[in-house]
Design a protein around this ligand. Structure first.
Ligand code: PAF
Length: 274
C-alpha cells in the first residue's frame, strides 16, 4: 500500500491511474463501519484510496479534537490487509497552509440539527471534503449512513458545485447489541458503554409505535423519556423527512428518526428509517 503525505504525491498517483478510483475519506481510528465502506469501494472500483485526516476545522470543541481517538499503526495494518492501494495522510500544514482563507458552505440542510448543535461543523466538513475531492479526483466517494446528515450535505455539495463524482452511502454497521460503530465508542466508560445500546433501542421502539399507528409526538416523547431515564443528555431526537431533514408531525414515506445525545462527555448520534 502506497502511503502518500504530500499534495504532489496524490496528484502523481491520480495521473498514473487508469480505471475507476474510489475514495473513502476517514478521520482514522478505523472500525467495522469504515472497513465495510472500504470493502464496497474495493468491489466497485479498480483502485481505492483511503484518506486519514483528523480535520481540525470540523470540531467545534477543542477538547473533542484533542481526545478524538488516533491509532495510525493499526489503521495502516487494517487497510493493508484489506487490499487498499493507497492511503493519503496529510498534515495540518498540507491541508491548511498559512494564509488559507477559503471555506465551503452548504446552507439549508447543513443548518439543521447537527448544524445547530455543532456550529461551523459542516463548513469544516464541506471544506475538507471539497479539498479531498479536488486533490484525489475520485469517481466514487463512500460515506456511512450513521452520519446521515453529513451524507445528505455532501451530496448537495457535489450536486451544487458540479463535482464529477458519485457519492455512495454505506449502511450503518452495528455491534451485536445494536450500538452503531463509531470511533468515539472507545471513549465510553464501562457503564456508559453498557447504556449506549439504548440509543438504537429507543429509536426502534419509537419506529414500531409510529408504524403501529401511535402519534409521532407520543412515540418520540417516549423515546426521549427512555433515554433520559438511562442518563442520556439529549441534543435532539426527531422524526424528519429523509431528504430535507424537516421535522414531520405525521408518518410519511422516507421518514427517519434521528438522534444526538451525550453519555457523560461522549456525544453519540444515530438514525433509522421509519
Ligand atoms: O465522517 C468523517 O469521518 C469526516 O467527517 C470526514 C468525511 C472524513 C471529513 O473529515
Amino acid at each position: 500500500m502506497k502511503v502518500i503525505r504530500e499534495i504532489d504525491g496524490v496528484r502523481e498517483f491520480r495521473r498514473a491511474l487508469s480505471g475507476t478510483l474510489g475514495l473513502v475519506p476517514t478521520m482514522g481510528a478505523l472500525h467495522e463501519g469504515h472497513l465495510s465502506l472500504v470493502r464496497a469501494a474495493l468491489d466497485e472500483c479498480d483502485t481505492v484510496l483511503v484518506s486519514i485526516y483528523v480535520n481540525p476545522t470540523q470540531f467545534n470543541a477543542p477538547s473533542d479534537f484533542s481526545s478524538y481517538p488516533r491509532d495510525l499503526d493499526r489503521d495502516l495494518e487494517l487497510l493493508t490487509s484489506a487490499g487498499v492501494s493507497a492511503v493519503f495522510l496529510p498534515t495540518d500544514s498540507t491541508m491548511y497552509p498559512d494564509g488559507f482563507a477559503a471555506a465551503v458552505k452548504v446552507s439549508g440542510l447543513a443548518d439543521r440539527w447537527e448544524g445547530i448543535h455543532r456550529p461551523g461543523h459542516f463548513d469544516g466538513v464541506c471544506t475538507v471534503v471539497a479539498k479531498l475531492f479536488n486533490l484525489v479526483q475520485p469517481d466514487r466517494a463512500y460515506f456511512g449512513m450513521k452520519d446521515y446528515q453529513q451524507f445528505l450535505v455532501v451530496k448537495q455539495l457535489v450536486l451544487d458545485l458540479n463535482m464529477p463524482l458519485q457519492i455512495i452511502a454505506g449502511p450503518t454497521l452495528r455491534t451485536t447489541d445494536g450500538l452503531a460503530y463509531s470511533s468515539r465508542n472507545v471513549l465510553l466508560s464501562a457503564t456508559e458503554r453498557a447504556r449506549a445500546p439504548q440509543l438504537k433501542a429507543a429509536l426502534d421502539e419509537a419506529a414500531r409505535e409510529i408504524n403501529g399507528g401511535s402519534p409521532v409526538k407520543e412515540a418520540t416523547a417516549g423515546a426521549v423519556e427512555r433515554l433520559v431515564g438511562n442518563a442520556f443528555n439529549l441534543d435532539y431526537l426527531a422524526h424528519v423527512d429523509g431528504h430535507t431533514l424537516e421535522e414531520l408531525a405525521q408518518p410519511a414515506q422516507d421518514a427517519r428518526l434521528i438522534v444526538a445525545a451525550r453519555l457523560g462527555k461522549i456525544r453519540l448520534i444515530d438514525n433509522i428509517a421509519v
